[in-house]
Write a new protein. Structure first.
Length: 276
């Protein structure tokens, strides 16, 4: 993503309306809401490791932007948050009790997880690993996480109940990772086409091209990338009958540079929700 993303035609910048199941009144109520969107890394490295004297200069830029993103209440594009979320999916005994905001490590984390009911444990295990990364980052930065809740709306005649998000968030955080296989010295062995994949993701982000981002998300697993929560945000907005429009003439604050062998992207863009 370049520091000044090129403006795209209105139809490309935002989530298309096709297939939207939102109640018209919900979209109308949320349209026009100002929104800040922060893109941050989804890898556990950023939640676990502190910067050191050996850290590359680009890392400091990303860490400042991550702290700024999580220093305020932030919405993740998930319908609900689990009672606890952490880095267990990466084999790390650390996490956050999202009911209290308490950070836990080692035996304390294990003990808290052992106290979960069956349903609570299922919810925690079902959460995407990036939710755990975001939970730790938010707890370290002094912020709080909220979900983008989904509520039921009346069923259409002869059809199933429709769902739509309960209000558009004013601060959305999207943890994503570009390919871990795009360079020879990356975390994973280089994969042909991974560098082009990263470029396609960044170009689609710069244009706010929802269709292009969906195409990239469909290929993410092949290139060891993680666009899951980005795709979830697109689907939630589409279900609400909303689309994101960046402020005209406003440059996005963005950085996309290699850190420890992988290209890392952090960005902040301001805009508003429109009815699709």
């Amino acid at each position: 993503m370049s520091p000044e993303p090129a403006a795209a035609p209105d139809g490309d910048r935002a989530v298309p309306a096709a297939g939207s199941a939102a109640a018209p009144e919900a979209a109308a109520a949320s349209a026009g809401t100002a929104v800040r969107i922060d893109i941050v890394p989804a890898a556990p490295y950023w939640a676990l490791c502190a910067a050191s004297a050996a850290s590359p200069p680009a890392e400091a830029v990303h860490r400042r932007r991550i702290r700024a993103a999580f220093a305020r209440p932030a919405v993740l594009p998930v319908p609900a948050l689990p009672p606890v979320a952490g880095l267990g999916a990466f084999g790390i005994d650390a996490g956050v009790d999202l009911r209290t905001g308490q950070r836990l490590t080692g035996r304390e984390w294990e003990h808290r997880c052992a106290q979960l009911t069956g349903d609570e444990r299922s919810a925690a295990l079902a959460a995407h690993p990036a939710v755990g990364v975001a939970a730790v980052l938010a707890a370290r930065s002094g912020g709080a996480l909220r979900p983008w809740p989904v509520s039921a709306s009346p069923a259409r005649p002869g059809g199933a109940p429709q769902t739509h998000p309960g209000g558009a968030p004013d601060h959305l955080v999207l943890p994503i990772d570009l390919s871990a296989a795009s360079t020879a010295d990356g975390p994973l062995a280089a994969v042909p086409g991974a560098e082009e994949f990263d470029a396609a993701v960044l170009a689609a982000l710069a244009r706010r091209d929802a269709a292009g981002l969906r195409r990239c998300a469909a290929q993410a697993e092949r290139f060891a990338a993680d666009l899951t929560l980005l795709l979830a945000a697109l689907e939630l907005a589409a279900a609400a009958g909303l689309r994101f429009a960046a402020e005209r003439g406003a440059a996005a604050e963005a950085s996309c540079e290699p850190v420890h062998g992988s290209r890392v992207c952090t960005a902040t863009v301001h805009g508003h929700w429109e009815a699709a």
